[in-house]
Design a protein around this ligand. Structure first.
Ligand code: BTN
Length: 332
Protein backbone atom coordinates (compact mmCIF):
# COMPACT_ATOMS: atom_id res chain seq x y z
CA UNK A 1 0.00 0.00 0.00
CA UNK A 2 1.35 3.42 -0.96
CA UNK A 3 2.28 5.81 1.80
CA UNK A 4 0.47 8.95 0.60
CA UNK A 5 -2.41 9.82 2.94
CA UNK A 6 -4.88 10.69 0.12
CA UNK A 7 -4.12 7.38 -1.60
CA UNK A 8 -4.72 5.55 1.69
CA UNK A 9 -8.04 7.27 2.17
CA UNK A 10 -9.19 6.48 -1.38
CA UNK A 11 -8.09 2.90 -0.96
CA UNK A 12 -9.98 2.69 2.34
CA UNK A 13 -13.18 4.09 0.80
CA UNK A 14 -12.95 1.57 -2.03
CA UNK A 15 -12.20 -1.29 0.37
CA UNK A 16 -15.25 -0.45 2.50
CA UNK A 17 -17.48 0.08 -0.53
CA UNK A 18 -16.68 -3.38 -1.84
CA UNK A 19 -16.98 -5.17 1.54
CA UNK A 20 -20.17 -7.11 2.37
CA UNK A 21 -20.55 -5.87 5.91
CA UNK A 22 -18.42 -4.46 8.71
CA UNK A 23 -14.62 -4.70 8.40
CA UNK A 24 -12.68 -4.63 11.66
CA UNK A 25 -10.15 -1.91 12.42
CA UNK A 26 -7.52 -4.60 13.04
CA UNK A 27 -7.97 -6.12 9.56
CA UNK A 28 -7.85 -2.70 7.90
CA UNK A 29 -4.76 -1.72 9.90
CA UNK A 30 -3.00 -4.88 8.78
CA UNK A 31 -4.00 -4.52 5.15
CA UNK A 32 -2.92 -0.88 5.09
CA UNK A 33 0.25 -1.46 7.08
CA UNK A 34 -0.63 1.27 9.58
CA UNK A 35 -1.81 1.43 13.20
CA UNK A 36 -5.50 1.18 14.17
CA UNK A 37 -5.32 4.80 15.31
CA UNK A 38 -4.16 5.79 11.82
CA UNK A 39 -7.12 3.86 10.34
CA UNK A 40 -9.48 5.71 12.65
CA UNK A 41 -7.98 9.06 11.58
CA UNK A 42 -8.61 8.20 7.94
CA UNK A 43 -12.18 7.12 8.74
CA UNK A 44 -12.74 10.50 10.41
CA UNK A 45 -11.48 12.28 7.32
CA UNK A 46 -13.70 10.18 5.07
CA UNK A 47 -16.69 11.16 7.18
CA UNK A 48 -15.66 14.82 6.99
CA UNK A 49 -15.58 14.43 3.21
CA UNK A 50 -19.20 13.24 3.28
CA UNK A 51 -18.82 9.45 3.33
CA UNK A 52 -21.45 7.75 5.49
CA UNK A 53 -19.18 5.40 7.46
CA UNK A 54 -20.90 3.53 10.27
CA UNK A 55 -18.85 2.54 13.32
CA UNK A 56 -19.73 -0.43 15.57
CA UNK A 57 -18.00 -2.99 17.78
CA UNK A 58 -17.52 -5.05 14.56
CA UNK A 59 -15.58 -2.28 12.85
CA UNK A 60 -16.50 0.02 9.98
CA UNK A 61 -19.08 -0.12 7.20
CA UNK A 62 -19.69 2.32 4.33
CA UNK A 63 -23.34 3.02 3.68
CA UNK A 64 -23.48 3.57 -0.08
CA UNK A 65 -26.16 6.21 -0.47
CA UNK A 66 -28.69 6.07 -3.22
CA UNK A 67 -27.91 8.93 -5.65
CA UNK A 68 -24.51 9.34 -3.98
CA UNK A 69 -21.83 10.84 -6.17
CA UNK A 70 -18.71 10.39 -4.05
CA UNK A 71 -15.82 8.57 -5.75
CA UNK A 72 -16.18 5.25 -3.90
CA UNK A 73 -19.93 5.31 -4.46
CA UNK A 74 -19.43 5.78 -8.20
CA UNK A 75 -16.80 3.03 -8.36
CA UNK A 76 -18.84 0.63 -6.24
CA UNK A 77 -20.33 -1.97 -8.62
CA UNK A 78 -19.05 -0.10 -11.69
CA UNK A 79 -18.78 -2.55 -14.61
CA UNK A 80 -16.20 -0.76 -16.79
CA UNK A 81 -12.55 -1.41 -17.56
CA UNK A 82 -11.25 2.18 -17.71
CA UNK A 83 -14.13 4.66 -17.73
CA UNK A 84 -14.65 6.14 -14.26
CA UNK A 85 -11.95 3.98 -12.63
CA UNK A 86 -10.03 7.17 -11.91
CA UNK A 87 -12.53 9.73 -10.65
CA UNK A 88 -12.65 13.22 -9.22
CA UNK A 89 -15.86 14.65 -7.73
CA UNK A 90 -16.26 18.30 -6.81
CA UNK A 91 -19.27 20.05 -5.29
CA UNK A 92 -18.94 23.09 -7.52
CA UNK A 93 -16.61 24.14 -10.34
CA UNK A 94 -16.62 26.48 -13.33
CA UNK A 95 -16.76 23.62 -15.85
CA UNK A 96 -15.95 19.91 -15.60
CA UNK A 97 -14.49 20.14 -19.14
CA UNK A 98 -11.93 22.63 -17.82
CA UNK A 99 -11.11 20.40 -14.83
CA UNK A 100 -10.79 17.37 -17.12
CA UNK A 101 -8.40 19.28 -19.41
CA UNK A 102 -6.28 20.26 -16.42
CA UNK A 103 -6.28 16.64 -15.23
CA UNK A 104 -5.31 15.43 -18.72
CA UNK A 105 -2.42 17.92 -18.80
CA UNK A 106 -1.23 16.47 -15.46
CA UNK A 107 -1.30 12.98 -17.02
CA UNK A 108 -4.72 11.65 -15.95
CA UNK A 109 -5.33 8.18 -17.43
CA UNK A 110 -7.71 7.16 -20.24
CA UNK A 111 -11.26 7.11 -18.84
CA UNK A 112 -10.55 9.65 -16.06
CA UNK A 113 -13.89 11.06 -14.90
CA UNK A 114 -14.68 14.48 -13.45
CA UNK A 115 -18.13 15.04 -11.92
CA UNK A 116 -19.58 18.22 -10.39
CA UNK A 117 -22.79 18.75 -8.46
CA UNK A 118 -22.96 22.25 -9.91
CA UNK A 119 -21.12 24.29 -12.58
CA UNK A 120 -20.84 28.08 -12.46
CA UNK A 121 -19.56 28.54 -16.03
CA UNK A 122 -20.78 25.42 -17.81
CA UNK A 123 -19.87 25.43 -21.50
CA UNK A 124 -22.27 24.56 -24.31
CA UNK A 125 -21.67 24.06 -28.03
CA UNK A 126 -20.71 27.03 -30.19
CA UNK A 127 -19.54 29.11 -27.22
CA UNK A 128 -22.93 29.13 -25.49
CA UNK A 129 -23.33 28.99 -21.71
CA UNK A 130 -24.71 25.82 -20.14
CA UNK A 131 -26.51 26.55 -16.89
CA UNK A 132 -25.86 23.66 -14.50
CA UNK A 133 -27.71 23.75 -11.15
CA UNK A 134 -27.68 20.91 -8.58
CA UNK A 135 -29.83 17.91 -9.51
CA UNK A 136 -28.37 17.40 -12.98
CA UNK A 137 -25.53 15.16 -14.06
CA UNK A 138 -22.59 17.27 -15.23
CA UNK A 139 -19.45 15.30 -16.06
CA UNK A 140 -16.45 14.98 -18.37
CA UNK A 141 -14.21 12.11 -19.43
CA UNK A 142 -10.62 12.15 -20.65
CA UNK A 143 -10.11 9.88 -23.66
CA UNK A 144 -6.65 8.88 -24.82
CA UNK A 145 -7.46 6.80 -27.91
CA UNK A 146 -5.31 9.03 -30.12
CA UNK A 147 -8.32 9.86 -32.31
CA UNK A 148 -7.74 12.02 -35.38
CA UNK A 149 -9.81 15.13 -36.05
CA UNK A 150 -11.48 13.23 -38.93
CA UNK A 151 -12.80 10.63 -36.46
CA UNK A 152 -14.48 13.22 -34.21
CA UNK A 153 -17.88 13.38 -35.97
CA UNK A 154 -18.22 9.63 -35.50
CA UNK A 155 -17.00 9.87 -31.89
CA UNK A 156 -19.55 12.59 -31.23
CA UNK A 157 -22.28 10.32 -32.67
CA UNK A 158 -20.99 7.39 -30.61
CA UNK A 159 -21.34 9.45 -27.44
CA UNK A 160 -24.87 10.48 -28.46
CA UNK A 161 -25.79 6.84 -29.10
CA UNK A 162 -24.34 5.77 -25.73
CA UNK A 163 -26.42 8.37 -23.88
CA UNK A 164 -29.54 7.58 -25.92
CA UNK A 165 -29.21 3.82 -25.38
CA UNK A 166 -28.78 4.34 -21.62
CA UNK A 167 -31.88 6.50 -21.38
CA UNK A 168 -33.89 4.11 -23.55
CA UNK A 169 -33.10 1.35 -21.03
CA UNK A 170 -34.91 3.26 -18.27
CA UNK A 171 -37.99 3.41 -20.45
CA UNK A 172 -37.63 6.78 -22.17
CA UNK A 173 -38.37 7.47 -25.84
CA UNK A 174 -35.07 8.95 -27.05
CA UNK A 175 -34.04 10.68 -30.26
CA UNK A 176 -30.76 12.25 -31.38
CA UNK A 177 -30.83 15.63 -33.09
CA UNK A 178 -27.64 15.91 -35.16
CA UNK A 179 -24.93 16.26 -34.12
CA UNK A 180 -25.73 14.93 -30.64
CA UNK A 181 -28.52 16.74 -28.82
CA UNK A 182 -30.39 14.23 -26.71
CA UNK A 183 -34.16 14.53 -27.10
CA UNK A 184 -36.71 12.83 -24.89
CA UNK A 185 -40.28 12.98 -26.18
CA UNK A 186 -38.98 15.49 -28.74
CA UNK A 187 -37.52 17.89 -26.15
CA UNK A 188 -33.86 18.49 -25.33
CA UNK A 189 -32.77 17.00 -22.01
CA UNK A 190 -29.03 16.86 -22.51
CA UNK A 191 -26.04 18.00 -24.51
CA UNK A 192 -22.54 16.84 -25.38
CA UNK A 193 -19.41 18.94 -25.86
CA UNK A 194 -16.18 17.48 -27.25
CA UNK A 195 -12.93 19.37 -26.77
CA UNK A 196 -9.53 18.29 -28.03
CA UNK A 197 -5.83 18.87 -27.70
CA UNK A 198 -2.81 17.86 -29.76
CA UNK A 199 -1.96 17.10 -33.38
CA UNK A 200 -4.89 16.72 -35.77
CA UNK A 201 -3.83 13.26 -36.96
CA UNK A 202 -3.36 11.84 -33.42
CA UNK A 203 -4.89 13.88 -30.63
CA UNK A 204 -3.12 13.80 -27.25
CA UNK A 205 -6.54 13.55 -25.60
CA UNK A 206 -10.20 14.32 -26.15
CA UNK A 207 -12.46 15.62 -23.41
CA UNK A 208 -16.05 14.40 -23.66
CA UNK A 209 -18.38 16.63 -21.62
CA UNK A 210 -21.94 15.50 -20.98
CA UNK A 211 -24.76 17.39 -19.31
CA UNK A 212 -28.08 15.75 -18.49
CA UNK A 213 -31.13 17.39 -16.93
CA UNK A 214 -31.83 14.50 -14.59
CA UNK A 215 -33.72 15.84 -11.57
CA UNK A 216 -33.70 19.49 -12.62
CA UNK A 217 -37.18 20.97 -13.13
CA UNK A 218 -38.00 21.72 -16.80
CA UNK A 219 -37.24 25.38 -17.44
CA UNK A 220 -35.17 25.66 -14.23
CA UNK A 221 -31.95 25.92 -16.22
CA UNK A 222 -33.33 28.49 -18.63
CA UNK A 223 -36.99 29.61 -18.40
CA UNK A 224 -36.90 30.89 -22.00
CA UNK A 225 -36.35 27.29 -23.14
CA UNK A 226 -39.06 25.74 -20.91
CA UNK A 227 -41.21 24.81 -23.96
CA UNK A 228 -38.45 22.93 -25.72
CA UNK A 229 -36.51 21.33 -22.86
CA UNK A 230 -37.37 18.67 -20.33
CA UNK A 231 -35.76 16.55 -17.63
CA UNK A 232 -35.63 12.80 -17.08
CA UNK A 233 -37.55 13.11 -13.80
CA UNK A 234 -40.30 15.14 -15.50
CA UNK A 235 -40.68 12.56 -18.27
CA UNK A 236 -40.60 9.55 -15.94
CA UNK A 237 -42.73 11.16 -13.23
CA UNK A 238 -40.17 10.25 -10.54
CA UNK A 239 -36.69 11.31 -9.47
CA UNK A 240 -33.83 9.34 -11.02
CA UNK A 241 -30.90 7.85 -9.05
CA UNK A 242 -27.95 9.71 -10.58
CA UNK A 243 -25.34 7.23 -9.35
CA UNK A 244 -26.96 4.25 -11.06
CA UNK A 245 -27.58 6.33 -14.17
CA UNK A 246 -23.95 7.51 -14.26
CA UNK A 247 -22.69 3.94 -13.85
CA UNK A 248 -24.88 2.73 -16.74
CA UNK A 249 -23.75 5.70 -18.84
CA UNK A 250 -20.10 4.87 -18.23
CA UNK A 251 -20.63 1.27 -19.37
CA UNK A 252 -22.39 2.38 -22.57
CA UNK A 253 -19.86 5.16 -23.22
CA UNK A 254 -16.93 2.76 -22.93
CA UNK A 255 -18.65 0.35 -25.32
CA UNK A 256 -19.69 2.91 -27.97
CA UNK A 257 -16.49 5.01 -27.88
CA UNK A 258 -14.58 1.75 -28.38
CA UNK A 259 -16.73 1.09 -31.47
CA UNK A 260 -15.43 4.20 -33.32
CA UNK A 261 -12.60 2.08 -34.72
CA UNK A 262 -13.81 -1.44 -33.98
CA UNK A 263 -17.39 -1.25 -35.28
CA UNK A 264 -18.29 2.08 -36.94
CA UNK A 265 -21.18 0.46 -38.84
CA UNK A 266 -22.85 -0.39 -35.52
CA UNK A 267 -22.65 3.24 -34.41
CA UNK A 268 -24.13 4.43 -37.69
CA UNK A 269 -26.99 1.92 -37.53
CA UNK A 270 -27.88 2.89 -33.94
CA UNK A 271 -27.53 6.61 -34.70
CA UNK A 272 -29.66 6.42 -37.86
CA UNK A 273 -32.33 4.49 -35.96
CA UNK A 274 -32.64 7.42 -33.53
CA UNK A 275 -32.14 10.26 -36.03
CA UNK A 276 -34.76 12.85 -34.99
CA UNK A 277 -34.27 14.94 -38.16
CA UNK A 278 -34.43 12.39 -41.01
CA UNK A 279 -36.89 13.55 -43.67
CA UNK A 280 -37.65 16.88 -41.94
CA UNK A 281 -37.23 20.29 -43.53
CA UNK A 282 -34.33 21.94 -41.72
CA UNK A 283 -32.22 25.06 -41.60
CA UNK A 284 -28.47 24.63 -40.99
CA UNK A 285 -26.74 27.70 -39.64
CA UNK A 286 -22.93 27.92 -39.98
CA UNK A 287 -21.81 31.33 -38.75
CA UNK A 288 -23.67 33.84 -40.94
CA UNK A 289 -24.45 31.31 -43.66
CA UNK A 290 -27.80 29.50 -43.65
CA UNK A 291 -28.63 26.43 -45.75
CA UNK A 292 -32.19 25.17 -46.11
CA UNK A 293 -33.18 21.71 -47.24
CA UNK A 294 -34.35 18.29 -46.15
CA UNK A 295 -32.32 16.31 -43.62
CA UNK A 296 -31.24 13.24 -45.59
CA UNK A 297 -29.66 11.17 -42.83
CA UNK A 298 -26.23 10.66 -41.31
CA UNK A 299 -23.21 10.22 -43.63
CA UNK A 300 -20.81 7.31 -43.06
CA UNK A 301 -18.28 9.68 -41.45
CA UNK A 302 -20.88 11.18 -39.07
CA UNK A 303 -21.70 14.33 -41.09
CA UNK A 304 -25.25 15.56 -41.73
CA UNK A 305 -26.60 14.92 -45.26
CA UNK A 306 -28.75 17.73 -46.54
CA UNK A 307 -30.88 17.58 -49.71
CA UNK A 308 -30.96 21.10 -51.17
CA UNK A 309 -34.12 22.41 -52.92
CA UNK A 310 -32.78 21.55 -56.42
CA UNK A 311 -32.05 17.96 -55.33
CA UNK A 312 -28.28 17.94 -54.75
CA UNK A 313 -27.26 16.19 -51.53
CA UNK A 314 -24.39 17.77 -49.61
CA UNK A 315 -22.71 16.79 -46.30
CA UNK A 316 -21.84 19.18 -43.48
CA UNK A 317 -19.85 18.45 -40.34
CA UNK A 318 -20.62 21.49 -38.18
CA UNK A 319 -23.43 23.94 -37.55
CA UNK A 320 -26.70 24.39 -35.71
CA UNK A 321 -29.84 22.77 -37.04
CA UNK A 322 -33.40 23.98 -36.55
CA UNK A 323 -36.63 22.80 -38.11
CA UNK A 324 -37.88 25.07 -40.91
CA UNK A 325 -41.52 24.62 -39.84
CA UNK A 326 -40.60 26.30 -36.54
CA UNK A 327 -41.57 23.21 -34.53
CA UNK A 328 -38.27 23.42 -32.77
CA UNK A 329 -36.67 20.37 -31.17
CA UNK A 330 -34.86 22.43 -28.53
CA UNK A 331 -31.84 24.61 -29.13
CA UNK A 332 -28.96 25.38 -26.75
C1 BTN B 1 -24.65 21.66 -25.74
O1 BTN B 1 -24.53 22.87 -25.98
O2 BTN B 1 -25.65 21.02 -26.07
C2 BTN B 1 -23.55 20.92 -25.00
C3 BTN B 1 -23.66 21.06 -23.51
C4 BTN B 1 -22.59 20.29 -22.74
C5 BTN B 1 -22.68 20.52 -21.26
C6 BTN B 1 -21.74 19.65 -20.47
S1 BTN B 1 -22.06 19.68 -18.75
C7 BTN B 1 -20.56 18.88 -18.39
C8 BTN B 1 -19.52 19.44 -19.33
N1 BTN B 1 -18.92 20.64 -18.77
C9 BTN B 1 -19.21 21.73 -19.47
O3 BTN B 1 -18.82 22.88 -19.19
N2 BTN B 1 -19.98 21.41 -20.53
C10 BTN B 1 -20.25 19.98 -20.59
Amino acid sequence: MRANSDDRRHWLAGRLASADGFVSGAVLAEEMGVSRVAVWKQIRRLREAGYAVEVSGDGYRLRVRSDGLLPAEIRFGLATKDFGRSVEVVPVTASTNLLARAAAERGAPHGHLVVAEEQTQGRGRRGRAWISPPGGLWFSLVLRDGFSVGELPLLSGAVGVAVAETLARVGLEVGIKWPNDILVAGKKCGGILLELAGESDALAYTVVGIGLDVNVRPGERDPTLARVTTSLAAELGRPVDRRLLLQDLLVQLERWCGAVRAAPAEILAAWRARDALAGRRVRLRQGDAVLEGEAAGIADDGGLRLRLPHGTVITRWSGDVSLSDGEEPAGG
